[in-house]
Design a binder for this molecule. Structure first.
Ligand code: HEM
Length: 376
């Protein structure tokens, strides 16, 4: 690659300076979409050539989906205003849909495994999430072409789209589309069989494809041993989705049932599931953070690090709320189950679950920007 360029979320075409770091090296050596964070105050490996006021102003705003390198002449004007923001929106939607799909399936098979009505309800969420995921993945592919060409006309150019969908990014898009299709077309839960419900194999395959897709973009392809980063990523995405997606469904369940004995079992089951998921999420996330960071100070000296700290703070708030619910609100609410629906203890429990679910939804959104902020 003689003249590597970086196309950022801010529609800027960036030209690496002499101070190209390992971030730039990673970009030039492969078609990997992301690179390492870099400290402020250091010479940036790229220099922003053109941005619009509303666009991401520097290299830290580059996204996992939109950084490319090739040998075309440097373009100095933006012909694709807003594409960077659309790429961010597509990533947010794709991540949230992933959390809903994987969390929904786990909820069906563990928390609501012997309640057909819950499984049927969750099953309604899955096709919507699958559709959102497919749309977001396809949009990300098209936007990648726009960012590559710096021209909106690229959305109808087969050549530009084919360029954009080269591996590994193209594999990530393909796996998401296939996984979404599998989830979308999976058979609905059977009415018969009151025992443990079995999920349709096609749903499980779909979820596995979606989880695997995250091993083909972002830092997973540029930082640390590939197998280790892919394994940590898959573990992290799976566990984070089980926890956050499941919590949203639990909030919905608690909102429909006004207390009583019929919420004890789902609450206890989810509590177990969340504990294991939290541990797996933390292990996978910590391994990835160690692989991505050069040094501990990256946590506060880079935009990526600060976003990670914000994410950890949100997770800590959710853990605090969950722990409080488990050891304070749940026992208090259990004592009064079967009484009036307006019971204060039950309401506190339910509201705390809602707030915890919102906090984890925000974690998902921050993650979408975290992956974007990592490029340099
Ligand atoms: C225990 C706290 C957590 C830590 C330390 C952590 C850390 C990380 C790190 C370092 C990455 C890689 C980011 C990058 O490539 O730049 C990541 C990715 C990710 N995190 Fe977390 N995370 C945590 C909790 C969560 C939670 C609770 C969720 C769910 C709401 C979540 C969802 C995700 C997802 C979906 C990805 C994959 C993004 C991708 O590969 O495109 N994380 N996390």
């Amino acid at each position: 690659m003689t003249d590597p360029q970086t196309v950022t979320a801010g529609n800027a075409i960036e030209e690496p300076s002499d101070a190209t770091s390992r971030a730039g090296t990673a970009s030039a050596e492969s078609t990997s979409p992301t690179t390492a964070p870099h400290a402020e105050g250091q010479t940036s490996p790229t220099s922003t050539v053109a941005t619009s006021g509303s666009e991401a102003p520097d290299a830290t705003a580059s996204t996992a989906f939109d950084t490319v390198s090739d040998s075309r002449p440097l373009q100095r004007s933006s012909g694709a205003t807003g594409a960077g923001r659309l790429a961010e929106a597509a990533r947010v939607l794709g991540l949230l849909a992933t959390l809903a799909i994987v969390g929904g399936l786990a909820f069906m098979s563990f928390v609501g495994r012997d309640e057909l009505s819950e499984r049927v309800r969750v099953q309604r969420v899955l096709p919507i999430s699958g559709t959102v995921l497919i749309t977001a993945a396809m949009a990300a592919g098209l936007i990648q072409a726009v960012l590559l060409e710096n021209d909106w006309a690229a959305v109808v150019s087969l050549d530009a789209i084919a360029d954009a969908l080269t591996a590994p990014f193209g594999i990530a898009v393909g796996l998401r589309v296939l996984g979404g299709l599998a989830v979308l077309t999976a058979p609905r839960p059977e009415a018969e069989g009151a025992g443990r419900a079995r999920l349709p194999a096609v749903s499980l395959i779909g979820a596995a494809l979606v989880i695997a897709s995250y091993s083909f973009d972002g830092h997973t392809v540029t930082e640390g041993p590939r197998w280790l980063h892919a394994a940590a990523n898959a573990t992290h995405v799976y566990a984070a989705a089980v926890w956050s997606g499941g919590l949203a469904l639990l909030a919905d369940l608690l909102g429909r049932r006004r207390g009583g004995a019929d919420v004890v079992r789902p609450l206890m089951r989810f509590s177990q599931l969340a504990s294991v998921s939290l541990a797996m999420t933390a292990v996978g996330g910590t391994i990835m953070a160690v692989l991505v960071m050069d040094r501990f100070a990256d946590l506060w000296s880079t935009a990526w690090g600060r976003l990670l700290l914000a994410k950890i703070a949100l997770v800590a708030a959710a853990v605090f709320l969950g722990t409080r619910n488990r050891w304070v609100h749940m026992p208090a609410a259990t004592q009064v189950f079967g009484q009036a629906p307006s019971d204060a203890a039950y309401e506190r429990l339910r509201r705390t679950v809602v707030v915890e679910a919102i906090a984890l939804g925000c974690v998902g959104i921050v993650t979408a920007f975290l992956v974007g902020a990592s490029a340099l």
